[in-house]
Design a protein around this ligand. Structure first.
Ligand code: RB5
Length: 152
């Protein structure tokens, strides 16, 4: 699998370990930065990672900021993205099975590196359930992008 990853300055330290961890699982990683602790704006990195996933150059994406909230809000503004903000293992599994999330967001100021790695492992390993009710709900979620643009 090809995984795109990005972080702001508040997620930069956690990102380093996650990049190595994803590689240790046998996946390819493209790291879109940031590459230092200097202050940057999380939407810029959310955009880079999400567009890489939408173009098909990566299969999935991981975004990290201080809380994960800014990254998840920004990512979910981009049509085609289903970004899940996850800080526990149950949600990591459930969001793949039920929501077919294509982006994972986490907060460096919320969880430690050990939990973050396990979340990434579970999220990458879990397939969408393909259940009819979940497919129908995901389709309705994606249809909201249309209705939102028609009725701003
Ligand atoms: C940066 O200070 C912080 O606001 C950002 O990383 C993120 O937590 C925003 O949601």
């Amino acid at each position: 699998m090809k995984v795109a990853i990005g972080a702001d300055h508040a997620g930069y330290a956690l990102k380093g370990g996650i990049v190595d961890f994803i590689k240790s699982l046998g996946h390819e990683v493209e790291d879109f930065g940031t590459h230092s602790a200097n202050s940057v704006d999380y939407p810029d990195f959310a955009s880079l990672v999400c567009r890489h996933v939408l173009s098909g150059e990566a299969d999935k994406g991981v975004l990290i900021c201080g809380t994960g909230i800014g990254m998840s809000i920004a990512a979910n503004k981009i049509p085609g993205i289903r970004c899940a903000l996850v800080h526990d293992l149950f949600s990591a599994k459930a969001t793949r099975e039920h929501n077919d999330s294509n982006i994972l967001a986490m907060g460096e100021r919320v969880i430690g590196p050990g939990m973050a790695q396990e979340i990434v492992r579970v999220w990458l390993e879990t397939e969408f359930s393909q259940g009819e009710r979940h497919k129908a709900r995901v389709s309705k979620v994606m249809a909201l992008e249309e209705s939102a643009s028609l009725h701003p």
